[in-house]
Design a binder for this molecule. Sequence first.
Ligand code: AMP
Length: 190
Amino acid sequence: MRIVLLGPPGAGKGTQAKRLATELQVPHLSTGDLLRRAVVEGSELGLQAQAYMDRGELLPDRLMLDLIDLELGKSAYDPGFLLDGYPRTVAQAEALEALLEARDWRIDLVPLLQVQDQELVRRLLGRAQIEGRSDDNEEVIRRRLAVYQKQTRPLADYYREKGLLTEVQGEGSPDQVTDRLRLVVKAAVA
Ligand code: AMP
């Protein structure tokens, strides 16, 4: 199964993606995690990524496509995958589609986690205190939400038109959200 999990920053994508990927026995591919690892390693990619991430802005589509192409080329992704954080622009979604088509693959399902803005800010500020992520201060949080609205939100329409989008209520406890996602996946395979 090939899933793209969509949702604004703070919607719980990372937590839910990990749980769902484990249940479905497919790898969880988080571009944010890949980039944070590159930053820690101090690689060329990491050096480029840090400035964008600290500002709460998106890295250039071209760079992200090279990264995702390289990653999906690994045999671990042959049985399927759960994408978290990619695509984030319509251009990325189109590039992903072409890349998958070349492998005779396609996306099966795109759940969109929905959480109100106020709740997102509350969660992100809470996480900032616990994890100390450098892109979790209030100014950057607001920028990331604005970037989401402008650049990533249009993906909902993109995938809706393809009949792949399912909106999932992202508020409530993490277990409740996992239950909802499980139902959506079940319906998609039925
Ligand atoms: P995330 O952990 O998914 O919220 O990603 C953290 C940061 O990594 C984002 O704010 C962006 O700066 C960068 N990033 C992650 N995925 C992408 C992507 N698909 N396109 C551009 N930038 C990305």
